[in-house]
Design a binder for this molecule. Structure first.
Ligand code: ATP
Ligand code: MG
Length: 261
């Protein structure tokens, strides 16, 4: 069985973060493991508290995983402190981790900044260069490029700019576009649009986490970058279309939509 590791924060309500990642991995029939960078108290209506793991404890978790069950792919999500980012990058390098997907969680869905300037700098100078693919949303791409992104034409310019300092592929997510949900993959100098009709479902909690872990699963399963991104996009589309409706706010996806019992 292929093994995939997520390095991210816990979402006690189960829709995003570690919990979304592990469900996505199970739905892809890969073995899921988790290194927890923070505990969050959140649900579909908001975030009520965050307790960060210490960088030392993140390091021990990484050693425990890599010493024993070596992951075929790694997804990195919420990492809020520059020390934690340094520890992760050091350990991934030390163990020779492969197929690294970075979801640069920097801006909340409502547009608020989630990272200090120092942590933001560590994401750009340390984490992004370690990734085989990064998956910014429109807000994050704006923060990374300093430009306003509203259209597909803006997305092309932004993806090219980000490719200038990312060593791997860039998947610019269009989930926050108004008229479509097209994502743009820039990979090896090529531009590939992953077309997606906007699904009229207000329950989009954890779409970003789910997409990045689905990419990691597909890479672990042996697919190339283009196919992995396209398969992951199709998986998220199916999970949105399934129409699960839980909680009073923006609810979670149906991660198991593709499994028959
Ligand atoms: N309403 C929608 N209909 C179809 N696809 C969507 C919709 N919303 C998001 N997506 C898709 O979900 C994936 C995640 O994109 P999105 O832009 O929502 O990421 P994000 O903002 O990082 O998510 P999160 O809020 O979980 O961090 C992308 O493939 C995007 O196209
Ligand atoms: Mg996101």
């Amino acid at each position: 069985m292929k093994k995939v590791l997520t390095i991210a924060g816990s979402d006690c309500s189960g829709g995003a973060g570690i919990q979304a990642d592990l469900k996505t991995m199970t739905a892809h029939r890969v073995y899921g493991m988790s290194v927890i960078t923070a505990l969050t108290a959140q649900n579909t209506t908001g975030v009520f508290g965050v307790t960060e793991s210490s960088p030392e404890f993140v390091a021990i978790q990484l050693d425990a995983v890599f010493d024993d069950i070596f992951p075929d792919a790694v997804k990195i999500g919420m990492v809020s402190g520059s020390r934690i980012i340094e520890v992760i990058v050091e350990k991934l390098k030390h163990y020779g981790a492969k197929r690294i997907v970075v979801d640069p969680v920097m801006v909340s869905t409502s547009g608020g900044k989630l990272l200090s300037d120092e942590a933001m700098d560590a994401v750009v100078t340390k984490l992004i260069p370690a990734a085989d693919v990064i998956t910014p949303n429109l807000h994050e791409a704006q923060a990374l490029t300093g430009m306003t992104i509203r259209s597909r034409a803006d997305m092309r310019v932004a993806a090219e700019k980000i490719s200038g300092f990312a060593s791997g592929a860039v998947l610019l997510k269009g989930g926050h576009l108004e008229d479509s949900a097209d994502d743009l993959l820039r990979c090896g100098g090529k531009e590939i649009w992953l077309q997606g009709a906007r699904i009229d479902n207000p329950n989009t909690h954890g779409t970003g986490c789910t997409l990045s872990s689905a990419i990691a699963c597909n890479l672990a399963l042996g697919f190339g970058m283009e196919e992995s991104a396209a398969n992951a996009k199709a998986y998220v589309t199916g999970a949105l279309k399934a129409g699960l409706d839980l909680g009073r706010g923006s609810g979670p996806l149906d991660h198991c939509w593709n499994i028959s019992y």
